[in-house]
Ligand binder design. Structure first.
Ligand SMILES: Nc1ncnc2c1ncn2[C@@H]1O[C@H](COP(=O)(O)OP(=O)(O)OP(=O)(O)O)[C@@H](O)[C@H]1O
Length: 246
């Protein structure tokens, strides 16, 4: 069993407001985990801790079996943030330019892109089905197309782990379906590990392999099938902790 993310006894608060309490959470290689929970339950905060953007008050976080403090291979992690698809039409960058930004984490900001790098950019754009929009201004794309551009940006450094924070917000139903197809392909054909925060529980459970339900604590972590069966417990009798499976 190869661990990609390990959170052990993680606690976090913002100014007197405890947001995460004793979080034990693992993502194994090849998992596709849907992280769900009510508004304000700490999902984005947990992602930020995993990404090293926030430091926990206590507890340990490991990425690819290394303590986060000494983890240097950031390019192994692709991240699509919550606000990624809220560009206005005047945003002055093409799809190509946006996607190329995904390489700078690996290469450094002032590195000239090699021919191989450019190939990677075109490949990532093709993977998300946006080749015909390569030179289009990102602000002139639909919400779904913008979101796929940001996924291409996350893919261009060839990550082993892709983290997405509510990627389907504001995206029309047809694009959401295409988006899940794309994630399914990355998961199955490229054996990518995925962790996604989402609110669309119905759609998500058909695609992910595991679900974690967070509300300050992890109340459920198990297969998406078991989650379906226990949803009544979790949502109905609000917050009777369901057996935690790891
Ligand atoms: N920078 C901050 N300073 C203070 N409190 C914050 C900050 N960011 C988030 N919070 C609070 O922490 C709690 C958890 O927020 P978080 O964004 O992690 O939840 P979430 O589960 O991602 O919510 P949502 O589903 O609404 O996006 C909320 O009560 C929120 O108001």
């Amino acid at each position: 069993m190869e661990m990609v993310i390990e959170c052990k006894n993680v606690n976090f608060h913002y100014e007197g407001n405890v947001v995460l309490e004793n979080i034990n959470f693992v993502v194994e290689k090849g998992d596709f985990v849907g992280l769900v929970g009510p508004n304000g339950s700490g999902k984005s905060t947990l992602l930020k801790i995993i990404l090293g953007l926030l430091k926990p008050d206590s507890g340990q976080v490991k990425l690819f079996n290394q303590p986060i403090s000494s983890f240097k291979e950031r390019y192994k992690i692709g991240y699509v943030s919550q606000k990624a698809n809220s560009f206005n039409s005047g945003f002055p960058a093409t799809v190509y330019e946006v996607v190329s930004m995904g390489l700078y984490g690996k290469l450094g900001l002032f590195t000239k892109l090699s021919r191989a790098d450019k190939e990677k950019i075109f490949d990532a754009i093709e993977q998300v089905g946006l080749s015909e929009f390569t030179q289009r201004n990102i602000g002139q794309l639909s919400g779904g197309q913008q979101q796929r551009s940001f996924i291409a940006r996350a893919l261009v450094s060839d990550p082993s782990l892709l983290i997405l924070d509510e990627p389907t917000v504001g995206v029309d139903t047809e694009s959401v379906e295409r988006f899940y197809e794309l994630l399914g392909k990355l998961h199955q054909e490229q054996n990518m590990t995925l962790l996604m925060v989402t609110h669309d529980i119905g759609m998500m459970t058909d695609h992910v392999t595991k679900v974690a339900y967070l509300n300050k604590k992890i109340h459920f972590h198990g297969s998406s099938r078991d989650f379906g069966a226990s949803q009544k417990n979790i949502y109905g009798s609000h917050m009777h902790p369901v057996e935690q499976k790891d």
